[in-house]
Design a protein around this ligand. Structure first.
Ligand code: MSP
Length: 595
């Protein structure tokens, strides 16, 4: 039997260069820092990214955690597009397996009708929340069955699958095999002693079957090599370490089929209808199906980013890479792991009745509101707690008051009667101090100039909350700038005062243009409204168009003198909650250790 060689780093090469900020004036160089600009080496740039969510089980309605996985992936996809890459973004539903078979039976429906109904609910949620997937896959589709059959045959032909016998613990809820060290004791609702998975709390059963086994044990050292050679393959770092830790132990061969007498709802093993393919092997291959496997996947199976929750790490960071190695296919570029949402401090569960309905919440807080909340408060490294009150407070403070207030101030007819992007006066705001601008103003300019590279770094590593924290801090600085200079108090009859007033508004609109552009992956509707109000055209909204405040650097600004967009409506309406003001503001969480 031959084993393929491990594929190591294929990461895109990035050249870092220190550069003097054009906003550094000698007078203030002591308190401002050098900015770092990231230049891409185009010769090694990989242009096609492929981003995936897990495919969602259809045994129950969508919940907040599902929307979180989807919003994270959508943010990465939109960000890649803004940066000028091509990006494929897949999501969908996982429809085979024992638990779906049982859920359909309990609902009194045939499995396919049952799956179609729930799958439609996921689609509806995603379109309501502007999840801009390019492919929606259902594992009951024909194209998927063909991909799975082909994948199975490749592993079989390489001698990596053999007929064997499995005896051990199995959790139907997790569709997972467990070792005795992963089990605990519990009592069920009828008072019976049962065994449960320590990780998920779900009941396990003893299973004894003849079935097909995959030679997982043979891949242990190759998996270790891959992870050691690619320290950013699994992110955040704590999850990478966790997988390495798991791999310190023996890796038993994996059962990859069930007897069809027990499991009918799945894809039969090629040439053996007595056996049905294990649902996790079936499900994982969805990523290849969408990429065009077995014949047309090469363009996309090159720079793959999987976004997953922490509960399915073992399947994605051990089983999946081992299957891919076995099939001679490249491994994913990155597995981005996120933690879980709890509700009012408790694990969300149907039995506790505390499952947060993401569709209902996005109707209540708007789609952008929910997207902003999830990405601003969600910290991939540790679990986060959901409460409605937190949503009210965050959205009112940052979207309605801070960002919306800034736009409103700078575009209000009383301050901007001509409704144009006014002119910048270099004498009022010179590169050397000495005009009307003060030290804090230069400091703000520097922060906004550096913001795209800060945001880029955090979007790349899927720490959207840090990107949003940085943007929110800059929005506060710009509000401070406007407040400090109170343009509404400047004398309308004095032309020097008027030039300074126009400059204040010009700078503020330039800041808003940067915020609107950078926020597009998170709040596409709000960003669109903001940029349209500023008169920024669709082809002027990419990362490459950012070029903040060119007039300060002595070059032309394409927006100067341009008419503002006509929609002067509120950017984000304040949300009313009877108890929202009774509590202290809740700060966004900082990164913590994996929990
Ligand atoms: N069907 C499998 C995935 C197969 S991918 C080849 C599955 N489905 S799931 O519906 O149970 O979960 C889908 C995603 O939702 C997972 O990433 C999971 O971590 C995430 N979440 C489920 N509950 C969650 C929370 N309470 N909080 C955050 N995300 C959680 O697993």
């Amino acid at each position: 039997m031959r084993f393929p060689v491990v594929i190591v780093s294929r990461s895109c090469k990035v050249v870092h260069r220190l550069k003097q900020s054009p906003f550094l004036s000698p007078a203030s160089a002591l308190w401002r820092h050098e900015s770092v600009s990231v230049l891409r080496d185009v010769s090694t740039d990989v242009r096609s990214h492929y981003i995936t969510t897990p495919i969602f089980y259809v045994n129950a309605a969508p919940h907040l955690g599902h929307l979180y996985s989807a919003v994270m992936a959508d943010c990465l996809h939109r960000y890649k597009l803004l940066q000028g890459f091509s990006s494929k973004f897949a999501t969908g539903t996982d429809e085979h397996g024992l638990k779906i078979q049982q859920a359909a039976e309990a609902a009194g429906k045939d499995p396919l009708t049952f799956c179609t109904d729930v799958s439609e609910r996921f689609k509806h949620l995603f379109s309501s929340c502007n999840i801009s997937y390019t492919d929606y896959i259902r594992t009951t589709e024909r194209r998927h069955r063909q991909a799975v059959e082909h994948f199975w045959s490749v592993l079989w032909n390489k001698g990596l699958i053999y007929k064997g016998h499995y005896e051990g613990w199995y959790s139907t809820q997790d569709e997972s095999f467990l070792t005795p060290s992963q089990l605990g004791d519990a009592v069920d609702s009828s008072g019976n002693q049962i065994k449960v998975s320590l990780e998920s709390g779900h009941k396990v059963e003893w299973m004894k079957e003849d079935n097909y086994m995959f030679r997982l044990s043979a891949f242990r050292s190759q998996l270790l090599d891959w992870l050691r050679g690619n320290p950013r393959a699994v992110q955040p770092e704590c999850f990478h370490q966790l997988v390495l830790q798991w791999l310190q132990h023996d890796l038993p061969d994996l059962s990859v089929s069930r007897q069809s007498s027990r499991l009918q709802w799945g894809i039969p093993v090629p040439d053996d209808p007595e056996q049905t393919i294990y649902v996790w092997l079936d499900a994982l291959v969805n990523y290849l199906t969408v990429a065009g496997y077995p014949h047309k996947h090469h363009q996309w199976w090159n720079m793959v980013h999987h976004i997953i929750g922490k509960d399915i790490l073992k399947f994605h960071a051990i089983y999946w890479p081992a299957f891919l190695l076995g099939a001679g296919l490249p491994l994913p570029q990155t597995i981005h792991v996120h933690s879980h949402w709890t509700a009012e401090g408790k694990k969300m569960s149907k039995s506790l009745g505390n499952v947060v309905d993401p569709l209902q919440r996005s109707e209540m807080f708007t789609a952008d509101g929910m997207r902003y909340f999830l990405l601003r408060q969600g910290v991939p490294d540790s679990d986060c707690d959901y409460t409605d009150l937190k949503v009210f407070k965050l959205l009112n403070a940052e979207l309605a008051d801070s960002l919306g207030g800034l736009l409103n101030r700078c575009t209000a007819p009383v301050l901007n009667p001509a409704q144009v992007y006014p002119s910048f006066c270099p004498q009022s705001f010179p590169r050397e101090q000495g005009g009307r601008a003060v030290a804090e103003d230069y400091h703000m300019l520097d922060a906004v100039k550096n913001l795209p590279s800060v945001v880029e770094r955090h979007y790349e590593s899927m720490h959207a909350y840090k990107a949003l924290e940085a943007i929110a801090a800059c929005v506060r600085q710009t509000n401070g700038f406007v407040q400090r200079h109170a343009p509404w108090k400047l004398d309308k009859r004095d032309s020097a005062e008027q030039r300074w007033r126009d400059t204040i508004i010009h700078v503020s609109l330039e800041c808003l243009r940067v915020y609107g552009t950078l926020l597009q992956p998170v709040v596409p509707e709000i960003s669109n409204k903001l940029l349209s109000r500023l008169g920024v055209q669709p082809d002027e909204r990419s990362w490459a168009s950012l070029n903040f405040l060119p007039r300060y650097q002595g070059t032309d600004c394409p927006f100067e003198g341009r008419a503002l967009g006509s929609d002067s409506g509120v950017l984000f309406s304040r949300l009313e909650s009877p108890d929202a003001d009774k509590h202290e503001p809740n700060k966004a969480k900082k990164a913590a250790k994996c929990k």
